[in-house]
Structures are given as structure tokens and as C-alpha cells.
Design a binder for this molecule. Sequence first.
Ligand code: NAD
Ligand code: UDP
Ligand code: UDP
Length: 343
Amino acid sequence: SNLAGVPSSPDHAALGFVVAQVPESERLRVLVTGGAGFVGSHLVDRLMVQGHEVIVLDNFFTGRKKNVAHWESHRNFQLISHDVVEPLMLEVDQIYHLACPASPPHYQYNPVKTIKTSTMGTINMLGLAKRVKARMLLTSTSEVYGDPQVHPQPETYWGNVNPIGPRACYDEGKRVAETMMYAYEKQSGVEVRVARIFNTFGPRMHPNDGRVVSNFIIQALQGKDITIYGQGEQTRSFQFVDDLVDGLMKLMNGGYSQPVNIGNPQEFTVKKFAEHIRELTKSTSKIKYLPATEDDPTQRRPDISVAKRELNWEPKVDVKEGLVKTIEYFQSVLDEGGEIVPT
Ligand code: NAD
Ligand code: UDP
Ligand code: UDP
């Protein structure tokens, strides 16, 4: 995907996007909430290229207009500045409901707003889905498993979440959002899809996002200390954003309505991951150990057998290959904007 230097009147082919001509009978009207964010904007690119009509709804809390600016002039594209906490009337066929801050510093900045976004926001989108009979996909999270005592995590695991800790606004918000999805399915016949997304990275992550991949890459590229929270023995499994978008679209358009883990099982300790990024960036940064954050999950890796069986999906991009692309992206951001201080 193309990011830097979007011209004011973009030539989509020149940007690497070839938009399919789809007969009106096959063209869907697709709503993407949170579509100006990191994951959302990549999903929008794919939907646009397939020739669908795409409506992006975003309040620009963590998303940015420039993530979708290359579509602004396209007749199939519409951008609505709106907060999902407020009701909204639209006519659509499918809803990808992503709106919600995803990085711990962002979702903990205003926990009450995070809770409202996941609860009232999801109810509003479900009310909309019910009224117009749209199929709706929720981007849930591996955080519903909390600090997991089952490893790797299958969808059947009910999780280990602290309901009153600093991560609860996000974790419990997503858990109740899942509950609402299945309540609307049962009670009102809404067609629902639930993706439990594991740590994802790629171009267009906000430089001040505060999550581990962007922090480590930016620190390494600037020769600053790489900050590890705790001993770095905690693990995460990292997936490149293109694989996630594939998985989300297969889930939306398939026939399976139970929750599905979408992630790459390639697992690293945070310490090993820091060393890996230091090597890939050829950086001389030192590693600096900071206090552990409260309730930081000690391990996380998806069991993706359901996605393989039900969606015929598995990740295709090797973590290293994805990191190289992401490093190139952050290098171009630094070249344009100078110094960035990670959160
Ligand atoms: P992001 O912060 O880049 O994107 C979230 C988008 O939602 C932003 O554009 C933001 O402005 C918008 N938004 C937030 N609150 C809103 C509101 N009240 N009304 C309207 N728009 C609002 O994060 P992301 O990484 O792209 O995450 C997208 C979705 O995927 C989120 O639902 C997140 O919980 C989920 N997810 C992401 C990951 C990951 O690793 N990236 C992992 C698990 C789950
Ligand atoms: N809603 C919305 N757009 C719609 C339909 C509903 O934003 O097109 C909102 C509506 O305002 C309500 C929520 O979705 O707050 C849930 O709707 P539902 O019809 O399930 O509940 P009710 O309106 O009966 O409370
Ligand atoms: N982390 C870290 N240094 C950072 C940012 C994150 O050591 O600068 C750790 C964090 O403590 C966690 C892991 O990296 O154990 C993943 O954090 P992130 O915020 O990316 O996502 P999470 O999976 O915790 O939601």
C-alpha cells in the first residue's frame, strides 16, 4: 500500500490501487466504523479495490484523515465524521465495526469513553444492523482472554480478566460487546461475525500509538533506548495487517458465526522481539528496562485451528517480512517529520 505524499487529486492506479468495475447488483454498501484508523484504512483499501461502496465513520480520536485521503475523490467512497456513541441512520449491507481505541495508552486515556464506545457504540451499530438487515462484524480482541491460563488460546477458553484493573475498560468493553452481538443474533436474528484479533502491526500505525511494535521500531531508528516494560519475559504473537484484513473479509463473507481467533501464532518474548528489531534496523540502541505495567498479560498466542477449518485462512506473511515493510514505513515518516517521541 502507498502512504506518503498522497497528491491532492490522486490517480488511484498510480498509487497501486486498481478498482474493479462491479455490476450494481453485486456491489455492496459497506460501513466501516473506525475506518480512518490503522486496521480500518487497510480494510477500506481492499473493499474499494473490490469495487464496493464504502462509508467510513470515524471520530478521529486515534484515526487520521490522511489514512483514507487517497479515496476522498472517488465516487464509491464517503467519509462521515461521527461518534458511534451517538445513534446514526444509514442504509448499508454490511458493517465492519472497528471503532474503538486499541492501544493501551489510548484506551486508558479516557476509560469511561472507551467503555461508552464499546457498549453504546456497539448497541447503536447493532440497532442499525437490525433495522436495515445488515450483516455485522465486530473486531473483538485477544484481550478477552485476559492474562490467559490456557496456552495457546482457543476460542472455547473463557479467559482470565481483572474486571476492575486498568485494562478492564477495554477488555470488559469488548467482552460485553461480544455478548451484545449474540443477544441481537438470538433475539432479533441479526447476522453477526466476531473476530478475536491478536497483536497486529504494519504501515499506518500511529507513530505515537504506544504499542510495542511502533515504539521499538521508532526507538531503534532514532538510536534511542528501547523501552521494555518489566523483564521482557512476557510473550506476544505478531501478525501483519494484510493477513488480518484477509481474515476479516473471509469471516464476514463466510457462513461461520461463532468467534474466530485471527492472529499469527509466531510467538516472541518481548525481549527477543526487541533484539530482533534492533538487528533488522541495524540499530545501536540500548535496551532499557522500565517497571512492568499493571495486569500485563504474561503470554499470548492464538490457536487458529477454527480459522483454518471454517475460513480456510491462515497467515501468509512472515513476521520478519512484515517488520521490514513496517520499518520502511516508519523510516519514511521520520524522514518527513523529523523526530517522534513514542508514548
Ligand atoms: P486505531 O486506534 O488505529 O483505530 C481505531 C479507530 O476507531 C480510529 O480511527 C479512531 O479514531 C476510531 N474511533 C475510536 N473511538 C471512536 C468513536 N467513539 N466513534 C467513532 N470512531 C472512533 O486501532 P486499530 O489497531 O486500527 O484497531 C481497530 C480495531 O481492531 C479496534 O476495534 C481494536 O479493538 C481491534 N483490535 C486491534 C488489534 C491490533 O493489534 N491492532 C488487536 C485486537 C483488536
Ligand atoms: N440505532 C441507530 N441507528 C439505526 C437504528 C438504531 O443508531 O438505524 C440505535 C438506536 O438509537 C438505539 C440502538 O441503536 O439506541 C439500539 O436499537 P434497537 O432498535 O435495538 O433498540 P431500541 O431503539 O428499541 O432501544
Ligand atoms: N511493551 C514494552 N515496551 C513498550 C511497549 C510495550 O515492553 O514500549 C510490552 C508490553 O508491556 C506488553 C507487550 O509489549 O507486554 C505488548 O504491548 P502492546 O501495548 O503492544 O499490546 P498489548 O498486547 O499489551 O495490548
